[in-house]
Design a protein around this ligand. Structure first.
Ligand code: AMP
Ligand code: ZN
Length: 116
């Protein structure tokens, strides 16, 4: 189900272009338009839900699949050994700006913790 006016639903539907690096029947990975690291991908589920805060038991398989897909992409692209950062910004204090759940996959430089 897509949500009217949702930019990531439009990307999933191919209505807005994105540089896709991976896709399957559950999720799509594409380059972030404003990269914060040499590699900055976004993984989105094809199914719209607003955020991790809105995830339900029925999303368990999708969320698990996305985590494993992120790890597979990291290995396939050769940055798993050096390391990477997975981020799911959630709601206002979490810094979420697009309300279609997405996983940031950042790599190619060291990251500090805690993030700002
Ligand atoms: P967040 O702040 O966690 O909601 O992240 C939203 C991310 O989506 C930001 O890193 C944006 O740069 C990215 N973004 C917004 N619009 C697009 C787009 N059309 N294509 C690719 N990335 C986008
Ligand atoms: Zn959406």
């Amino acid at each position: 189900m897509s949500e009217q006016g949702c930019i990531f639903c439009k990307i999933a539907a191919g209505e807005i272009p994105a540089e896709r690096v991976y896709e399957d029947d559950v999720c799509i990975a594409f380059n972030d338009i404003t990269p914060q690291a040499p590699t900055h991908l976004l993984l989105i589920p094809r199914e719209h839900f607003d955020s991790l805060d809105k995830a339900e038991a029925g999303h368990k398989a999708t969320l698990g699949h996305m985590m494993l897909t992120a790890a597979n992409i990291a290995r396939d692209k050769g940055f798993a050994d050096d390391g990477y950062r997975i981020v799911i910004n959630t709601n206002s204090d979490g810094g979420q700006t697009v309300f279609h759940l997405h996983v940031h996959l950042l790599a190619g430089r060291p990251f500090v913790f805690p993030p700002g």
